[in-house]
Design a protein around this ligand. Structure first.
Ligand SMILES: [Fe+2]
Ligand SMILES: [Fe+2]
Length: 186
């Protein structure tokens, strides 16, 4: 599935601007990590797709997310199995699927943290520009800030990819700064 059809599909299921933005952020984060890990063009595209589509059924079928997408949306588009597995594994409590492959682990690691960094950006006049790792880690310790973002999942995520939390945050801040400058995200 090429980028254009992926966006068309996403927009068929999601109308909320914030969820579209989240999907785009996670897609860009996944793509950036695939490039960092020197994946070839085809698998880099699959990493991007995985990020873009991971929450596709969240707006319309929150109770069944992400199982609805696996059962009813993805079969029609023949999404690669590894992408579907990663999407199942980003919600282990709902699917019973644990993150195993590299794609699984990076999706898990990018999802909640992207949401959190976005929440931090909304507090700053310059958004991601000049955002410091320290201000993100400080906000992570402020439990009533973006309280819906699971700190446990963020910590599990960095463990899954074997990074230091500060390095993972720094990497994503850089990626989002660049994406914002290109008007790819809010
Ligand atoms: Fe999700
Ligand atoms: Fe998500």
């Amino acid at each position: 599935m090429n980028k254009e059809s992926a966006y068309l599909l996403l927009n068929k299921y999601i109308t909320t601007k914030s969820l579209l933005n989240h999907s785009q952020m996670v897609a860009i984060a996944m793509q950036a990590y695939a490039q960092k890990l020197k994946k070839d063009e085809n698998s880099t595209h699959n990493w991007w797709l995985c990020g873009l589509l991971h929450d596709i059924d969240w707006e319309k079928y929150p109770e069944q997310h992400p199982n609805y997408a696996i059962e009813h949306i993805f079969p029609e588009i023949e999404l690669p199995d590894e992408v579907q597995h990663a999407i199942l594994a980003h919600a282990p409590s709902r699917t019973g699927v644990i993150a195993e492959s590299e794609m699984d682990r990076y999706l898990f690691a990018c999802d909640e943290l992207s949401g959190f960094i976005h929440a931090v950006s909304l507090m700053r006049p310059t958004a991601y520009d000049g955002m410091k790792v320290k201000s993100v880690t400080k906000k992570l310790k402020t439990l009533n800030f973006a309280a819906n973002v699971s700190r446990v999942d963020i910590n599990n995520g960095v463990e899954l990819i074997g990074e230091k939390l500060s390095d993972h945050i720094l990497f994503l801040i850089d990626v989002f700064q660049d994406a914002k400058q290109k008007n790819l995200i809010n």
